[in-house]
Design a protein. Sequence first.
Lengths: 284, 549
Amino acid sequence: MTDVSAPSPSGRSAYRINLVGLVGLMVVLFWGVVAALAPHLIPHSVGEIVDTDYFGPMSRELWFGSDYLGRDMFSRIMVGARYTVGISVVALTLAGFTGIVLGMIAAVSGGWLDMILSRLLDALNSIPSKLFGLVVVAAVGSSIPVLIVTLSVIYTPGAYRFARALAVNVNTMDFMVVARIRGESIFYLIGAEILPNILGPVLADLGLRFVFIVLLLSGLSFLGLGVQPPYADWGALVRENIGGVPYGAPAVIFPSLAIASLTISVNLLIDNLPSKIRDRGAEA
Amino acid sequence: MTSLVQIRDLKVEATTDAGRRVEVIKGVSLDIAEGEVLALIGESGSGKTTIAMTIIGYARPGLRISGGEVRIDGTDMVTLPENKRAALRGAKVAYVPQSAAAAFNPAITIMDQVIEVTRIHKLMSPASARAKAIGLFKALSLPQPDSIGDRYPHEVSGGQLQRLAAAMALIGDPKVVIFDEPTTALDVTTQVEVLRAFKAVTAERCVACVYVSHDLAVVAQIADRIVVLKGGEIQESGTTREILERPQHPYTRELLAAFEPKTHARAPDGDDVGRHPLLLVEQLTAGYGPKQSGRPLVKAIEAINLSVKSGRNLGIIGESGCGKSTLARAIAGILPGYDGNITFNGRELGRNVRDRTRDQLRQIQIVFQHADTALNPAKSIEDILGRPLTFYHDMKGKARDARIDQLLDLVHLPKAVRRRLPGELSGGQKQRVNFARALAAEPMLILCDEITSALDAVVAAAVIDLLKELQRELGLSYLFISHDLSVVEAICDEIIVMYRGQKVEELTPASVNAPQHPYTQLLFSSVPKLDPTWLDTLRQGAEQVRTYC
């Protein structure tokens, strides 16, 4: 495999990423930029009917064809990226933050706090995620904040378990004992002593969790419980254009491709995260 | 005379992260005759294990044999295809690892693992392999040779497991056996037995041995010839007597000098009169396990009394499992004792670390054995040393930076290591950083828990010298815990001998040469001496050995 090295100007430390990781990074960055700038990039408004035909083919005018009402697919996918990427990232941040912080606290304090937290989150973990999403959305109705909270609640126990398992190992190290007898507070212990040691695997796990969130959100939208019309995330785009499958309409293929490209490239990226090159012999 | 193993101009190289090639072994040549015991000795990183591994045609991941040849009985292991090498391993050349405990599969009985080699190479029927294994167990003076094979690895002691690993290596009647630091992880009293067993068995079967070790005294007992390595090159080689009596190379002399018994310049006894005890421990009892009516299930230390006078050092010596580390943890408050008093500097200390004030915590620092786990691998040296400065002394910015430089200077480390991570330092350097962190708190007492055990002799001697120097400059007191008598003698004024959680004897400078307690006598007599005849002439009371081993 080809390695691409990017030495920093100081020459002290450099990062290396391999080609697969670089491709993943590019695609992820691309979707990030699209999500951020979508309103300025779209040729047509998302609600505007621009085609007289429905499920229109790809053309010079409408790059990704038109949807079941004759709206511009290209614009709808660009704006859909905002919902898919935005909701997933916020939900992931919430789930990751609570899960990891609680996990590290449980590992460091041990005893009854660990017991209560672990059993509580295990109980939450035992509820099937899609059903939980269905019930909550059916009960309180679908809105973006509800979706974000639901998704983050569903994915917190996993992040908690993962972080706790890693932190328990670090917690037995002598440097933790040294920090404890120095009299450090629990926040220093988890933030400065444990976190740097579990960061790599935790980031990889978060990347994987991001993919699950995107897929669950798309799944909910596909069932009609996600983002509501006239707006649509990628999952909703697939659902509303499902009638185009018999015609091989681009309107159903492109949102599917968008979901696939994002989730696959996030996976490729986290499996090939840039690694820092440290070579003490060369440094001296 | 044709030699059994011929190594000619062996080169091994490694490729670093940045793609740079580093030569680890730089053209080593040596010969081993049939039935000869050759010792490879050198500090960690000198390439001794790497060379030994090439004899079984193996290079650890990341390493590559880049040149030269390793012939066993005429077959070149370097050019041989992997499947042919595998056919030789166990049958012609065998390997005994450093840690038998990690090398045995805990889920399979010992016998099945010992005779596995004969099954793989189809050497003999299982029944005759078993009979042969039992013969080997007897020869290695293992207890209950007929039934020990039916046990699982966790059911025998460390010394026994090491001998069983040797049985595993010898079952295929190899011509060469490689012993990779086989007694390093053992207690001195166990080491004596294991060495005796190895020596008898290999001599009887006329097996050539390659004995890898960093301990010159151990090697002196067992080897015919010694090869001294440093930096992947042979510094000196010769018969054991030649090396011990007429060392030529400066590095060999340094190694030998590290063994010179160092007598600690003790203050005359009368000088102690005016000194008040800095640390006074009375009837301290601690243990592990679930509490039953306020007492833990397993008592690790029982009713320990000791006192450390200010500016003086107390040594605690004993074997693994005697409770010496638990004692340090109980004094530090990590494992609160459930009975007894700790008085420090005239004031009573809480038994639990949480009941102590920040200033009390600052005054007692602890330094652990394994610098690898005692230093956070994800933090730079600067951050590691800077934290106690900020935490206890509220130092920031320039003052903190200057103090870090000063601390590095105190422990003789270059300023360049500041930005490195612990993983990028050598073992000795890490231990110095570990120590500098304790110094950063400006303590009055430092609890040193086996701090030289993971280091080789030359580096350990340097660390001990450093401790003495710092004591002179900063007026520290040490509580020095070790299983190594020579280390404790080198630095301590008084020594406490522990056995099974109890203090068995307290030695003063005057009585250190004439211990009274039988366990102390056994322990002291088990420390290997450089004299090659030491093991053969060593007579230990049979009753003592039975009682304490």
